[in-house]
Design a protein around this ligand. Sequence first.
Ligand code: SF4
Length: 264
Amino acid sequence: MSFPLSRSLPRSLVRSYGTVQGPASTAIPNRIPNALAEAVTAAAPRTSWTKEEVAQVYNTPLNLLTHASQAVHRRFHDPSAIQMCTLMNIKTGGCSEDCSYCAQSSRHNTGLKATKMSPVDEVLEKARIAKSNGSTRFCMGAAWRDMRGRKTSLKNVKSMISGIREMNMEVCVTLGMIDEHQAKELKDAGLTAYNHNLDTSREYYPNVITTRSYDERLRTLDHVRDAGINVCSGGILGLGESDVDRIGLLHTVSSCPNTPNLSP
Ligand code: SF4
C-alpha cells in the first residue's frame, strides 16, 4: 500500500496551533540539506563524511530527518518488517572498568550483586524460550573489561553461540575488549555481530571513562571487523556532552571502514 507523503490540504483543514509564527519560521529550512540529500540517494555506504556534513544532518529538523530516514529504509527494507531480539545478561556486575553511567562497575556503590557467568545449558534454554516467543536474534552481554585470561569463559561463550546458531537464530555478544584471535574464535563459532560502543566523542571520552582509551575501543572494533563479524557500535546520549560531541561521535562511527552494521 502506498500513500502520498506530501499533498496540499484545503487551508481550512490546516491546523495552526503549534506552528512557529513570525520571523523564527523563516529560519526553518523547508528542504533537506545537501549532505542529507546525498545520503538519502546514495547507492552505497560512504565513509568520507566531513564533520560539517554530519553537522548538517544532525541539525536537520526532526520531522524532515524522520521523513528522509523512512525513505532510505523503504529503499532497502520491507517497511512493515521488524526483527525481534532478546538480550540476556550472562554475567552481571563486578566489572573493573569505571564507566560513569554503568551500574555494573565495581567502582560504583549501586547495591548490585555480582554474579558468575550463567551455565551454558541455562543460556540455551533461555534462547529456546526467546525463539518460541518470536525472537530471531539472541544477544548476550557480560560485564568484563576484556577476555584476557578467560579461556574457560570464552570456550563456554563459543558453546552458547554454536548452540544458538543450531536453533537457526542470529547471535550477538558484548564481552568488552577482544583481540584478533578471540574475534576469530567467535567468528568460527558462528557469531553474527559483536557490540562494543564508543559511548561519546574522542574529546569528551575522558569525562566518561578513564580505565581504557578511545583507541583501545577502536582497536576492538578493528578486530571484530577484520574477523568478518558484523560491527554493532554506538553511544549514549545525556552524559553531559555537547552537540559538538554528539556530532563527533556520529562522525567517528560513520567514518569507520565498513560503517557499523548496527548502531545502538
Ligand atoms: S565495561 Fe561494560 S560492564 Fe564494565 S563498567 Fe563499562 S559499561 Fe559497565
